[in-house]
Design a protein around this ligand. Sequence first.
Ligand SMILES: NC(=O)c1ccc[n+]([C@@H]2O[C@H](COP(=O)([O-])OP(=O)(O)OC[C@H]3O[C@@H](n4cnc5c(N)ncnc54)[C@H](OP(=O)(O)O)[C@@H]3O)[C@@H](O)[C@H]2O)c1
Length: 439
Amino acid sequence: MPKRISKPAVNTATHQGQEQTSACRVALIGFGTVGRAVAKILCENDNSLLRLTHICNRNVERKKQPWVPSDVVWTDDVESVLKSDVDIVIELIGGLNPAEQIVRCALESGKSVVTANKQLIARHGPDLLQLARSQGCQIEFGASVAGGVPVLPALRVGLCGDRLHGIAGILNGTCNYILSRIENARIPFSEALEEAQARGYAEADASEDLDGGDARAKLAILALAGLHTRVAPESVRARTIRAVDAVDFDYAAQLGCTIRQIARAHLKEETLFAEVGPCLVPTDSPFGRVQRNLNLVVTSGQYGGDMAFLGAGAGGDPTAVAVVSDLMFVAQNLSAGAGKRDVASYVSTPVISSDFETPWYLRFFVRDQPGIVARLAQILAAHHLNIDSLLQKPGFAKASLPFVITLEPCRDSLLHPALEEMSGLEFAIRPCLCLPILR
Ligand SMILES: NC(=O)c1ccc[n+]([C@@H]2O[C@H](COP(=O)([O-])OP(=O)(O)OC[C@H]3O[C@@H](n4cnc5c(N)ncnc54)[C@H](OP(=O)(O)O)[C@@H]3O)[C@@H](O)[C@H]2O)c1
């Protein structure tokens, strides 16, 4: 059985002038993958700041573990936990309902909260920060983006002295696993997805991951913490990775690039340019080197320049480390009497735009016939778009011929009407795949 902390640490003077010691009392709600790993860390390590007092889960009997000390209360009654004298509630059940009510109720009763719930923070983060502030307590959510990679604490502490204007990341391990498998084995998208599902890296319905919903929720949280902007996740454009083909990695390689799902946000005056989707990135860049299901976040600051954070974006143990680190931060603040953190008060609400200016990669699958390139060039010229290069690998069947046109930098809004015009061309056998090239 793991060791149990009995050594208390926070010293507070009593009214008799005696020294009394106490650790923060902590309740864990949600004993699943992350909750169990959090409990393990708390039970196995001497931690004089924290004392686990409750574990709450529905149908809790089946969850009980022999390695949890006998004085910890196991319960399925959330209300009794919220009415108890705990100092910090850890919310690890996920989803919006009833997680939102639990977190609000905890904050309203003056308890601080630690959560890993990206859906909750992406939608209600500014309001919950405001509520915590008004109640003199804290809410921390360091594990809600990039799992075990301490990028949110870095934004909160290590980089708060800079003035950040950009954040970009590989934030979805499922997409990165699939894209790096297609890159390395040149297998079709469907095969890479099946493999990810078989290995537990993708859910049976992986739409949230593949179509960008997961990454844009995380981008909204990064924008809140690093750029101090309130962003509704739905207002950020998300493009799917489903249309990426093995041949795109051949063409990308000819351009010195590979393909990754990138979530990016750039603050320029009152406008936040933000988007999630597959992009060409240089093979030798930090993004190009991220393999399997790892996460990477790069921040850009006015004074400090670029900083990169790489590591395990998911998994019980890495995510639990982020949760316990948040707990310790809250406990230290509580013991120092510094519960009020003024974050919500300087959050702005910018205009959201996806109108980035970049070079572009356009991949066509056509039924070969004379005059195709001339027709496409005519449409591009009519929209004042400049071709940078034309790539065509030999050896493909004439009935389904892939080739690529790259464009010099232009705004998304200029390119869009040209793409619409191209979508009606009789020789196109698939919609054109249009990817930004990030240099
Ligand atoms: N797993 C990761 O790698 C990871 C990474 C980063 C962030 N997160 C976030 O961490 C949170 C927890 O994720 P997880 O992977 O640990 O999820 P999980 O394995 O599904 O665990 C959730 C736990 O909460 C319990 N639960 C659900 N609804 C409940 C309710 N209404 N009342 C009481 N208990 C309830 C579940 O009980 P049952 O056993 O009955 O279902 C389960 O034990 C989520 O917000 C997730 O997005 C996870």
